[in-house]
Ligand binder design. Structure first.
Ligand code: ADP
Ligand code: MG
Length: 351
């Protein structure tokens, strides 16, 4: 006899965003208990990685690692190693030491400000992943310049989604969607009767409009968009993703979206691709596996945009990205779609 599946849905504020969890299973109480454990784990990660909490392990590292080697908790060490890997492989387009630049531009507890070029040049002296030294043998980190600061804002929410998926798998849940606000999500299996989770990508100019709807199954997706966090001075908009080479906010990019087997990778790469732009991202993808990138680029002076879709050289290994752009309208200004259940932002939840 087939048992009807229960749908469980929960929301949780953490890491400056709202996490969403949707699961299907036979027992509502069981799903609730797993959901509770997931949100507890996310709170623990936030307490460890937050740059806003002076007591977090990350804040301790930022205060101390220029003076002495600091021993790091094993899982955080692995995440830092991952962040260094992405900093190296993207030649600093993703740079986990962008913290001082974020402060200079007023994105840290501030309302935004435009620093002088001389100030940016000064700040850049204490930015750069090359100043980070990880020692695997004794699991320590050291900075070789004072004032360096780790900022995991472009990878931490994806990492948290992956940890949530680990917990779901551990408890035998096979149909779930977990998202960290508008940053990253993972689509585990599919809702009953569906091929995958239907994910609505917002129009870069309008939250109410969908640009694309993607069907995802056993795959993660991350977005870096110029509309997520920004400030305006006169007619000019400054968004929160900075090019660590120039020290300035990236221009001429509306959004970079990455699909990958793990949300941690999708998160880091969506930021990197946003910074790198299409041409350099294409080079990166040529030598990588199981990645799809989608760019929304400004077109003309109006609120129009164009899409570029890139795939990595190889996309067919086990656990591969099973993604399909289900509905893609030619209308570059975007299409109006019904808001699907539960979603109030660019992502949404199917069925
Ligand atoms: P979201 O926070 O919406 O998920 P991203 O994943 O693109 O967006 O992360 C942007 C955040 O990453 C910024 O708020 C900042 O904390 C940090 N950051 C900004 N520029 C960079 C960069 N070039 N490399 C790494 N981190 C960055
Ligand atoms: Mg990111």
């Amino acid at each position: 006899m087939r048992v009807a599946l229960t749908r469980y849905e929960a929301f949780h504020q953490a890491m400056g965003t709202e996490f969403t969890l949707v699961t299907y299973g036979e027992d509502a109480q069981y799903l609730t208990a797993v959901g509770r454990e997931i949100f507890e784990e996310i709170d623990r990660l936030e307490a460890q990685m937050s740059k806003y909490n002076p007591k977090s392990e990350l804040s301790v590292i930022n205060r101390s690692a220029a003076r002495r080697s600091v021993c790091v908790e094993p899982k955080l060490f692995e995440l830092l190693a991952h962040a260094v890997h992405y900093s190296q492989s993207t030649e600093g387009a993703f740079d986990a030491t962008a913290g001082p630049l974020m402060k200079a531009w007023g994105f840290f507890r501030g309302k935004g400000r435009v620093p002088r070029n001389s100030e940016i040049a000064k700040v850049l002296r204490r930015v750069g992943y090359r100043h980070l030294h990880l020692n695997r043998v004794d699991r320590t980190i050291r900075f070789d310049v004072h004032g360096l600061e780790l900022d995991l804002g472009a990878i931490g929410k994806g990492y948290a989604v992956d940890r949530a998926v680990d917990i779901l798998r551990y408890y035998g849940i096979t149909r779930a969607l977990v998202s960290s606000g508008t940053s990253s999500l993972y689509a585990l299996g599919a809702p009953p009767g569906a091929r995958g989770w239907s994910i609505r990508l917002r129009n870069p100019y309008s939250m109410q409009r969908a640009a694309d709807v993607i069907c995802l199954r056993n795959c993660s997706l991350s977005t870096s968009g110029n509309y997520e966090k920004f400030f305006k001075v006169g007619a000019k908009t400054y968004a929160h993703i900075l090019d660590p080479t120039s020290g300035k906010p990236v221009e001429n990019m509306l959004a970079a979206i990455v699909l990958a087997p793990h949300a941690c990778d999708a998160d880091a790469l969506s930021t990197a691709f946003y910074v790198q732009g299409v041409a350099r991202s294409r080079e990166y993808l040529a030598t990588s596996r199981n990645l799809i990138a989608l760019f929304y680029l400004p077109q003309g002076s109006g609120r129009k945009f164009r899409r570029v879709i890139l795939r990595s050289g190889s996309t067919n290994s086990t656990g591969a990205v099973l993604a399909r752009i289900a509905k893609r309208k030619a209308n570059a200004a975007g299409v109006r779609t019904r808001r699907s259940g539960g979603g109030t932002f660019s992502r949404a939840i199917s069925r």
